[in-house]
Design a protein around this ligand. Structure first.
Ligand code: SDX
Length: 432
């Protein structure tokens, strides 16, 4: 990060002005460093939703929303989705470089050896209703990992940060699969060290003690691709939540649980589940035009789920890859015609010819097609956001580590513009 020049802010009507550094990163817009603004001019900035606010310096992920570009540590998502796999992408996001064969094997072994959870964690599940939403279980059980691993919670010790990172990347899929099995009333399936990350996850989701379960290479590749595409995404709402929680010194398990909670919302990671519900409610392609009209009616408060993005004002590159993967997986599963996919493609076609969406630069995002693939893989909609959380854990952990290791990091504490009552005196209840 370098200081290219400066930006001067002047308070009109006064002769007060302040010069702020204008910083330049590797890629993307310059940023005005306003850290001294309040001290120099006595004013705050106002940016609800942080649409134009850089909350941190990061080297992990770069997004160009206008061009539809997504880079993990400089590598285009298209190349990683085609040529890499999730465990290698985890190494890349965590350490910043693609691993050598030795580094990759050591890292994969390190994650594999942390996939089991403490046997007592199984008892947490007895307290949940069988029909509890699995994201509610994820929030509770991941946060409770701090109750089992309090021996390694000194976040200022790099070695303990590393162990916590391995534990989270390795155990979140195990807990996710346990949440699914609990809902089914089936026994939990232990992890298997002889399987890949994606294959092990599918095995824990689908195996039963009564018979062997062989993971289909098609499903393994599809799951791995889905995990790669969802691994990280700059300072999105859940990652910002993890960073804010981490800035207080909270333990990494609590921070990731906070990220899971934020991801659950339908405006964020919960959108993939909402897309399937939306398609089911629409029912047939004939109903799409009337649904689109409802979306365009502001009073309906209905959104086209899986469309739009705070940053992408072009196609989300992940949505393009997900759409291609959809066709591949359905074809390889021998599913000739999937009505949901036909509906989604027709909806995309109609929306992208409608000025309401075109003028607002609303394109399909990562959630628009992912649910169709997951459904074709036999995964219920209630588990869609859980799978997003499994993938995003490595992004959250990598961003958390980067924040802790950033010498300029401080506790996050935004300010406000106050428009409430001015100071006033209390009056006794009988005099009101
Ligand atoms: C993810 O940030 C990330 O990186 C997130 C994510 C990640 O990997 O971490 O990419 C994952 O969360 C993807 C987004 C999933 N959410 C959805 O698909 C839900 C539907 N989308 C919207 O809720 C919305 O598009 C957001 C929340 C994604 C973005 O909201 P913004 O940036 O606040 O957009 P906005 O509300 O300012 O919208 C601008 C206009 C508004 O209309 P006007 O006031 O200009 O008339 O577009 C409209 C909005 O009403 N609009 C939509 C719409 N999204 C925006 N109208 C209908 N359907 C939509 N989906």
């Amino acid at each position: 990060m370098s200081q290219a020049s400066s930006i001067t802010i002047t308070l009109e009507g006064t002769n007060s002005s302040a010069s702020m550094p204008l910083l330049t990163g590797t890629l993307g817009p310059q940023v005005a460093d306003i850290r001294k603004l309040y001290n120099q001019l006595g004013v705050f900035t106002y940016d609800p939703g942080y649409g134009t606010t850089a909350s941190c310096e990061s080297k992990i992920t770069y997004i160009d929303g206008d061009e539809g570009v997504l880079l993990y540590r400089g590598y285009p998502i298209e190349q990683l989705a085609e040529k890499s796999d999730f465990i290698e992408v985890c190494y890349l996001l965590m350490y910043g470089e693609l691993p050598t064969r030795t580094q990759l094997d050591k890292f994969r072994d390190g994650v594999t050896r942390h996939t089991m959870v403490h046997e007592q964690i199984r008892r947490f599940f007895d307290g949940f209703r069988r029909d509890a939403h699995p994201m509610a279980i994820m929030c509770g059980v991941v946060g409770a990992l701090a109750a089992f691993y309090h021996d390694n919670l000194d976040i200022n010790d790099p070695h303990q940060r590393e162990i916590a990172a391995f534990r989270l990347i390795a155990k979140v899929p195990t807990i996710a699969a346990m949440a699914y099995k609990y809902a089914l009333g089936q026994p939990f399936v232990y992890p298997r060290n002889d399987l890949s990350y994606a294959a092990n996850f599918l095995h824990m989701l689908n195996a039963v003690p009564a018979e062997p379960y062989n993971v289909s290479p098609v499903l393994e590749r599809a799951m791995d691709r889905i995990l790669v595409l969802h691994a990280d995404h700059e300072q999105n709402a859940s990652t910002s939540t993890v960073r804010l929680a981490g800035s207080t010194g909270a333990n990494p398990f609590a921070c990731i649980a906070a990220g899971i909670a934020a991801l659950w919302g339908p405006a964020h990671g919960g959108a993939n589940e909402a897309v399937l519900k939306m398609l089911d409610e629409i029912g047939t392609p004939e109903n799409i035009p009337s649904f689109i009209e409802k979306v365009k009616d502001k009073n309906s408060n209905v959104k086209l789920m899986g469309f739009g993005h705070r940053v992408y004002k072009n196609f989300d590159p992940r949505a393009k890859i997900m759409k291609e993967t959809c066709h591949e997986v359905l074809g390889e599963l021998g599913i000739k015609d999937e009505p949901l996919l036909d509906m989604a493609m027709e909806m995309e076609r109609i929306a992208l010819t409608d000025d309401y969406f075109v003028s607002r630069k609303l394109y399909p995002n990562v959630d628009f097609y992912s649910g169709i693939i997951l459904k074709a893989m036999g995964i219920p909609t209630s588990m869609f956001t859980v799978i997003f959380a499994v993938a995003r854990t490595v992004g959250w952990v990598s961003q958390w580590k980067e924040m802790i290791e950033d010498p300029s990091q401080r506790i996050g504490r935004p300010r406000q513009i106050y428009t409430g009552a001015a100071s006033r005196d209390y009056r006794a209840v009988d005099s009101r």
